[in-house]
Design a protein around this ligand. Structure first.
Ligand code: PMP
Ligand code: GLN
Length: 378
């Protein structure tokens, strides 16, 4: 078969998790919690199943969950989406992003991504026949470089994808930066995907600035989030997209012939669980404590942690330990030191080398402590 994605292999997350399992390394590579979710959540799934909520749900998702999502976005970001026409429940953020790309990108269109970026964006654009236009984030700070973004915009730019809090750099955009993006896009026809899967993981009192909270952006944006991150259930693969009715209508045309719809009892369980905002309101403090514990431990190693403003990732500079390229360093760290990590170069098309590795701190305290003990031997 002639490959549609000839450059693509197995994702780095799958590769490193498999290696961690094979070698018994502490897995700080792939981003997922090693602790379980609130038991109230699976109890709600079981209840929904026993109530007979087991057949196809409406194509866009069950109404109570769409209502909850709309209410949450309004409460946190001040923008009211219509639950009937503007919220769609998806099979995780991954499907939401692919579907958003497929519904608006035509062959030959340009799509701007900011590098380093999540590994699914570029293949999604290529599957749609689009051209990936890569604009680097500012080296070191990983903040958006608006001069370079402005230079990359062209009449062919159909779409741009942004992600804050950012995987892998843990940078959180400010309101001023989101507003600057809105001003830059104002004279264009460019649509936006705002990947906000880490929206509830922001630290030190900094707010998450959703594209939904800036009217000029909300009008052109697919806002994407994931229940997997927020409720510690990455394996459930349920997320959502919020977008103006005209965009949501196009999104649903593709969605209905892609997955059609998403697991019914899980949607009802999430809707009931979301009645209480405490779990997501408490998430920043929950992860900030883990971040601080992890960073205090890293201070006792020869790894140098960069900033962590949001997400559950920590970049570390390993130049005091090794001059290996990032991919080889992460393999060595996994095999020889027993800690799996992700090379930052995996988030760049050209494999740009900066001597940085990504570690995930969404782990039990004892897991983090065991990893730190091993890293202190470096
Ligand atoms: N975007 C980013 C930035 C992510 O880190 C992830 C999770 N790895 C996703 C999208 C995909 O989320 P989901 O698991 O809900 O598909
Ligand atoms: N988003 C997770 C990460 O960045 C992994 C998701 C995946 O394995 N595709 O580590």
């Amino acid at each position: 078969v002639q490959s549609r994605l000839p450059q693509v292999g197995t994702t780095i997350f799958t590769v490193m998790s498999a290696l961690a399992q094979e070698t018994g390394a502490v897995n700080l590579g792939q981003g997922f919690p090693d602790f379980d979710c609130d038991p109230a959540l699976p109890a709600q799934v079981a209840a929904a199943m026993q109530e007979g909520l087991n057949q196809y749900p409406p194509m866009a998702g069950v109404a109570p969950l769409r209502e909850r999502v709309a209410a949450k976005i309004e409460a946190l970001y001040g923008h009211r989406y219509d639950a009937g026409t503007e919220i769609t429940i998806t099979a995780g953020a991954t499907q939401a992003i692919l579907t958003a790309v497929l519904c608006c990108v035509h062959p030959g269109d340009e799509v701007i991504v900011l590098e380093p970026c999540y590994d699914s964006y570029a293949p999604n654009i290529e599957l749609a026949g689009g051209t990936v236009v890569r604009v680097p984030l500012q080296p070191g700070s990983f903040r958006p470089d608006f001069t370079r973004i402005a230079a990359a915009l062209s009449p062919k730019t159909r779409l741009m994808i942004v992600n804050s809090p950012h995987n892998p750099s843990a940078t959180v955009w400010t309101r001023a930066e989101m507003q600057q993006l809105a001003e830059l896009l104002a004279p264009t026809q460019t649509l936006l995907i705002s990947d906000e899967v880490y929206e509830h993981m922001v630290f030190d009192g900094q707010p998450h600035i959703s594209a939904a909270s800036i009217p000029a952006l909300a009008a052109r944006t697919f806002v994407v989030s994931s229940f997997g991150k927020t409720y510690h259930v990455t394996g459930w693969k349920v997320g959502y997209v919020a977008a103006p009715a005209v965009l949501s209508a196009e999104f649903r045309k593709v969605h209905q012939f892609n997955v059609f719809t998403v697991n019914t009892p899980v949607q009802h369980a999430l809707a009931r669980y979301m009645a209480d905002p405490a779990p997501y309101r408490e998430l920043p403090a929950f992860y900030q404590r883990k971040r601080d514990l992890f960073r205090e431990g890293l201070a006792q190693t020869r790894l140098k942690p960069l900033h962590t403003q949001g997400s559950y990732f920590q970049l570390v500079d390993y130049s005091a330990v090794s001059s290996l390229p990032e991919g080889e360093f992460c393999l060595w760290l996994t095999r020889e030191m027993g800690v799996a990590a992700i090379p930052l170069s995996a988030f760049y098309a050209g494999g740009f080398e900066q001597g940085l590795a990504r570690l995930c701190f969404a782990k039990r305290d004892d897991t983090l402590q065991e990893a730190l003990r091993r890293l202190q031997r470096l």
